[in-house]
Unconditional design. Structure first.
Length: 116
């Protein structure tokens, strides 16, 4: 899966009615080079903004203290720049921890990643 490309997936582990029925699945590269898979919600995708510095697609960039930027390719090839506070970033990571089955189901093999 290409860095920063969003893929809409169903939430396979809904435990109560307040959880999202679907997520946007994506792979992100962190500033130190490691990669993470994220599950974003419609609410996360509303945190858009603009920045003056160049940011490559799919790379999480520290913009200011407590604020991170992430460039994503949306489903219709639009480009979004997400502005994620440290708190929102922690909520995204906690969502991933709670929904590991969704990550395993949609994560591609390392071999497929090489050719994407």
């Amino acid at each position: 899966m290409a860095l920063g490309r969003l893929k809409k997936i169903a939430n396979t582990q809904i435990t109560h009615h307040s959880e999202d029925k679907e997520y946007f699945f994506c792979k992100v590269q962190l500033p130190h080079g490691a990669e993470e898979y994220w599950l974003l919600t419609d609410g996360d995708l509303k945190q858009v903004g603009s920045v003056k510095q160049h940011m490559p697609v799919g790379h999480l960039t520290l913009l200011d203290k407590g604020m991170n930027g992430l460039v994503l390719e949306h489903l219709n090839d639009d480009v979004l720049i997400l502005m994620l506070s440290d708190d929102r970033l922690e909520r995204v990571r906690a969502r991933v921890d709670r929904n590991q089955e969704d990550i395993k189901l949609h994560k591609e093999s390392w071999l497929a990643d090489l050719f994407d």
